[in-house]
Design a binder for this molecule. Structure first.
Ligand SMILES: Nc1ncnc2c1ncn2[C@@H]1O[C@H](COP(=O)(O)OP(=O)(O)OP(=O)(O)O)[C@@H](O)[C@H]1O
Ligand SMILES: [Mg+2]
Length: 273
């Protein structure tokens, strides 16, 4: 019998095959004539966290939306065998005519959970996200950006999805809240075996929270670097995060993709002139 060849970014490369997975194979995407994503291959297995990092406009959100089937896949394969998933969008996309509490409870309604339980569960998760009863009565327009982001995050988590898609979930939060919510995420991954595909601009965040980092470069968006982090997420301390981030920042592909030295030089020239 012919042996299966390991494929880069494939779940087939790493047994066992019995776990749920999100397998992306030879994925391309264009908007009109513009090629946005090219040859995307990766596998996200149950209980794992994959972070997508890359410069603004390289196609991260587009890739997440293709994985979540919010965009039609026309070229390539997205195979999602998880029973349930939820997404927290880059812009919170809350329903403006509903309070924060109703927004959080929204996904539970679709699951057929009765009103009392919906509110109980929504209130319970809102505490985890540092939202007060006063905040929960407010409409989205009356919430701060960070509050809106937490409501959107809580709305995604409250349904206890097997797979969670997070598009820059911590970008509008202060450093203390960010740390708290990162810890919540770590708990979910380690205790509840939640699987996460998340986008971040923050390399330290990616190193702290993920099992694999995919670096997406621009024009068209393609994976130019992969980093697997074997240390269990729960065991990563600040020293580990600083050390691994520094190593990542020294990678030529990372320097090139984020135009690190070029930006620095440009800034310096601008200062001098
Ligand atoms: N619906 C659309 N129609 C046409 N072009 C689009 C559409 N959505 C996104 N694009 C384009 O696709 C490219 C990638 O956008 P995307 O939002 O995926 O980037 P991103 O990596 O998430 O950026 P950021 O880090 O700024 O959020 C951009 O050039 C964007 O203008
Ligand atoms: Mg985006």
């Amino acid at each position: 019998m012919e042996r299966l060849k390991p494929i880069i970014g494939s779940c087939l490369a790493k047994p066992p095959l019995t776990k749920s997975h999100l397998q992306v194979t030879a994925l391309n995407h264009s908007f009109g004539p513009t090629n946005i994503l090219k040859d995307i291959d990766f596998c996200l297995e149950q209980g794992k966290v994959v972070a997508i990092v890359g410069p603004s406009g390289c196609g991260k959100t587009t890739l997440l939306h293709l994985c979540a089937k919010l965009l039609a896949v026309n070229d390539g394969i997205v195979d999602n065998t998880f029973n349930s998933f939820a997404i927290a969008f880059q812009e919170p996309r809350l329903l403006p005519w509903q309070t924060a509490l109703d927004n959080i409870a929204f996904g539970l309604k679709a699951k057929g959970i009765n009103k009392k339980q919906r509110y109980q569960q929504a209130v319970s998760i809102s505490k985890v996200f540092g939202l007060t009863p006063h905040d929960l009565d407010k409409y989205p327009k009356d919430l701060s950006g960070g509050m809106r982001q937490r409501v959107a995050f809580a709305r995604a988590m409250v349904t206890k999805p097997e797979l969670l898609f997070l598009d820059e979930p911590f970008s509008a939060l202060d450093i203390g809240l960010k740390q708290e919510l990162q810890q919540i995420l770590v708990q979910h991954v380690t205790k509840k075996n939640t699987t996460i595909l998340f986008i971040t601009h923050d390399l330290m965040e990616a190193v702290r929270l993920s099992d694999e980092i995919l670096l997406l470069a621009n024009s068209p968006g393609s994976i130019v670097h992969r980093l697997t982090l074997d240390t269990p997420i729960i065991n990563r301390d600040d020293q580990f995060v600083y050390h691994e981030t520094a190593k990542l920042l020294a990678q030529p592909k990372v320097i090139q993709t984020f135009e690190l030295s070029m930006n620095l030089n440009t800034a310096v020239e601008h200062e001098i002139s």
